[in-house]
Design a protein around this ligand. Structure first.
Ligand SMILES: Cc1ncc(COP(=O)(O)O)c(C=O)c1O
Length: 486
């Protein structure tokens, strides 16, 4: 059952609405194509509307509100200058159907962004088309297929993925028509190279991993992994959603990866999540470049143009240019930070994660299942808290909301029981990290009954998530009906 603890905000439909009069017909336009009857939406004065939505926004929590250590999602503060530049009308008023000769600035930006991503990742070429990480993964899988088909190697139907992988990895491989083979990690939480070698065969199309993995641990054996994957005739795919950990320190191209996706909407200054546009560019090695989506952007004598003449291209994966606003933000961010700035970003992200990890582990309230040094994130387990006090990861996460803090990712990666996955990012101060650490410690010592009913200070109390997924309420009318039955 839902428990809407303190829900008292009227819906926009419930605010007093003014009567809307029929419109007087406009002379010269046929009556039948004019809308004379008012549309059935509330007619409310501007100040009320502004206040209503402003208040709703204040009930929300975002990266501008406070720390948001949602592991794997890299929810960091994004400099406002990036947002401002993306909104400049020189960019936002362009039409995607304009002739290339009239959008030289945008093409230059895209060309240079591709070059910068090449430099950052050590790959040979990039496409900016994919609209999200998972979309990039799908493209990566399509490129994998094109590559093997081009070599008449049509038996390669398997994609091997470690059990620490993000859920989108097996989903993308499966959507592209591959069989997914999951391999368990070793006791250190990294790829079991012996097992990988056994699993590789002439049916393997690709091995897909993220490095550092979702436990925040860097795969030290990556060069050996690359060698054995290539010896088996397969490709090595890098899920670069965790690139925030290694900017300026290590490059997937140098580790031997053939295909890489980046999440510009995590590492490069667009907030992740919230349903906004994303961008998951794909980088490839020299051999795979010919399969990249068309059009490619090329530069000739300081002019830029689209090139469609790529017979081996897999075709288009997204209409027009990709998500331009996200590309503009990434471009601005990279230019502003410079190579040294990006490296410092990762250094602080790693420092912050390890600082938090050490203090929380020293408090002895939570378990740390894998002991190695972490990169940008770490995963705690509440298994002991559950056994000893019946406190679950979900209870801790809900109670953090009462402290005015966003919860970490919970129950992921799947190989950690009662997981709390924390990624503080580089944009949080020591004071904010300490506040979060103190809250986690305090909560672990609280009365279990109190935790079971948390949160208390949010507009909506504890939601029965199973009920919510099985009884979807997608319109305000259904919502009202549900409320009136309570
Ligand atoms: C490790 C990892 N891989 C892939 C993705 C998928 O990215 P997207 O949500 O943009 O599809 C994510 C998203 O958070 C991720 O954390």
């Amino acid at each position: 059952m839902f428990r809407f603890a303190r829900y008292n905000e009227p819906l926009i439909f419930e605010l007093p609405s003014r009567e809307t009069r029929e419109r007087t017909p406009i002379p010269g336009i046929p009556r039948k194509i004019q809308r004379l009857k008012p549309i059935s939406i509330p007619n409310i004065e501007e100040p009320r509307v502004a206040r209503h939505f402003h208040h709703l926004s204040q009930m929300n929590y975002g990266v501008d509100t406070g720390i948001y250590p949602l592991g794997s999602c890299t929810m960091k503060y994004n400099p406002k200058i990036c947002e401002e530049i993306a909104r400049w009308e020189e960019f936002s008023c362009l039409h995607p159907h304009q002739d290339a000769s009239t959008v030289q600035g945008i093409l230059q930006m895209m060309y240079e962004l591709e070059e910068m991503l090449v430099e950052i990742t050590g790959m040979h070429a990039f496409t900016l088309q994919p609209a999200a990480g998972a979309h990039g993964e799908l493209l990566g899988m399509l490129l994998t297929r094109a590559y093997h088909e081009n070599n008449s190697d049509n038996n390669r139907k398997d994609v091997i993925i470690p059990d620490t992988a993000h859920g989108t990895n097996p989903a993308s491989a499966s959507i592209a028509g591959f069989n997914v083979i999951e391999i368990p990690s070793n006791k250190d939480g990294t790829v079991d190279v012996k097992l990988l070698k056994k699993s590789l065969s002439d049916k393997t199309a690709c091995f897909m991993i993220t490095n550092p993995n979702t436990l925040g641990i860097f795969e030290d054996n990556i060069l050996e992994i690359a060698e054995c994957v290539h010896d088996a005739g397969a490709l090595l795919y890098y899920d670069g959603a965790n690139m925030n950990a290694i900017l300026g320190k290590a490059r997937p191209g140098d580790m031997g990866f053939d295909i890489v996706h980046l999440n510009l909407h995590k590492t490069f200054s667009t907030p992740h999540g919230g349903g906004g546009p994303g961008s998951g560019p794909i980088g490839v090695n020299r051999e795979l470049e010919e399969f990249l989506p068309i059009p490619r952007i090329i530069k000739e004598k300081n002019r830029y143009r689209f090139d469609y003449d790529k017979p081996k291209s897999i075709g288009k994966i997204k209409e027009f240019y990709g998500n331009i606003s996200v590309l503009l933000k990434a471009y601005t961010y990279i230019k502003m930070m410079g190579y040294n700035g990006l490296r410092e970003t990762s250094e602080i992200a790693v420092l912050n994660a390890n600082y938090m990890k050490k203090k929380i582990v020293d408090s002895k309230r939570y378990e740390l299942p894998y002991k190695q040094m972490r990169k940008h994130e770490f995963v705690l387990s509440c298994e002991k808290l559950k056994e000893e006090k019946n406190i679950r990861a979900a209870d801790i996460a809900k109670r953090l909301l009462d402290y005015g803090l966003h919860a970490p990712t919970v129950y992921f990666p799947l190989i950690v029981k009662e997981a709390l996955m924390i990624e503080p990012t580089e944009t949080e101060s020591k004071e904010d990290l300490d506040r979060y650490i103190d809250a986690l410690i305090e909560i672990a010592d609280e009365d279990v009954e109190k935790l079971k009913n948390a949160p208390y200070n949010t507009p909506i109390g504890r939601v029965d998530e199973v009920y919510a997924t099985r009884n979807l309420i997608l319109t305000w009318r259904d919502f009202k009906e549900e409320m009136s039955e309570k």
